[in-house]
Design a binder for this molecule. Structure first.
Ligand code: PMM
Length: 292
């Protein structure tokens, strides 16, 4: 169990997961995301949802305008900008810390100009110019592992050692992004649950979180409502928030610093227990050190 989680530096703010696992609430401004199914296309509704999740205890709100669910088509840059920039601006103006979920440098740049403090990139800042613009803006970044793209990623993904391979990729991306000028303290990594992984791969990654957390940068995990939870419970997407909350607690116990969830209130309850266990373990460690 991990009791000492690294700080995350995001555009002048220092987020401390040791005071409680950080919760990233999801606002999908897309007509075809994994789970929202277009209900939040309307900007006012997206902003209201972001404010509500923030009131429920989300530390960050992740705004995305491009669906990354298996089989999703690419979204045109202008369309993506149109979906997200207003939402990012209005949430930021209300004092909410906003992360922009995009792989496109122009969308990232305009979201940063509108106030975003984190760039959450399922392509781990691989696009030309993405790392440089994040370095210049001083934003936090999330480097996620994925295999292939949304159209191809679930076509027979294979690994010899999924935890080792995902860890090696993320380590290489940390090196490259630091080389482009992003401070190590601004970087979080994410194993990319469901992105080119079978249920067995996802379970191996959840069991392997302590190895990924040992990289020494904050570890973010996004299990929320994903297909493997449906496969395990037999539940449709709209009924997966309870098992998602359990998975958030499991992630925290495995050393995750940030969980990305749609139902913040439920995850917060689950994390109240997990975080108390993590704290108790830390105090136990101190006691043992003191008497050694
Ligand atoms: N999952 C989705 C979108 N963005 N970003 C990160 N860092 N990690 C994830 O696991 C992740 C992500 C897809 O889920 P959604 O369409 O339900 O938001």
């Amino acid at each position: 169990m991990c009791t000492d989680r690294p700080f995350w530096h995001v555009r002048g703010e220092v987020l401390d997961p040791n005071r409680g696992t950080l919760i990233m609430g999801v606002v999908n401004a897309t007509p075809d995301s994994f789970s929202d199914g277009g209900r939040f296309m309307d900007e006012d509704k997206a902003v209201d949802l972001g404010l509500r999740l923030s009131d429920q205890g989300a530390h960050l709100i992740d705004v995305g305008g491009e669906s990354t669910r298996p089989g999703a088509a690419d979204v045109d840059e202008t369309e993506e900008l149109c979906r997200v920039v207003g939402v990012v601006g209005r949430l930021s103006a209300a004092g909410v810390l906003v992360s922009i979920d995009t792989s496109k440098p122009r969308v990232a740049a305009e979201a940063i100009a509108a106030g975003a403090v984190v760039v959450n990139d399922v392509a781990a800042l691989e696009a030309e110019g993405m790392a440089g613009l994040c370095a210049e803006a001083g934003v936090g970044v999330v480097l996620m592992h994925r295999r292939g793209n949304p159209r191809t990623m679930q076509v027979d993904p294979t690994y010899t050692d999924v935890v080792g391979e995902v860890g090696a990729y993320l380590r290489a991306r940390i090196g490259s992004v630091v080389g482009a000028g992003v401070p190590r303290g601004a970087i979080a990594i994410d194993p990319g649950i469901g992105f080119g992984k079978t249920t067995v791969h996802n379970l191996a990654l959840l069991n392997g979180l302590p190895a990924l957390a040992a990289e020494g940068v904050p570890l973010l995990v996004g299990t929320s409502r994903k297909a493997f939870l449906g496969a395990l419970t037999g539940k449709p997407i709209q009924d997966r928030d309870a098992v998602t909350a359990v998975s958030a607690a499991i992630c925290a116990l495995g050393g995750a610093s940030i969980v990305r969830v749609h139902d913040v209130a439920l995850a917060r309850d689950a994390l109240a227990l997990a975080d108390a266990m993590v704290r108790e373990m830390g105090e136990g460690d101190d006691d043992r050190t003191a008497t050694a």
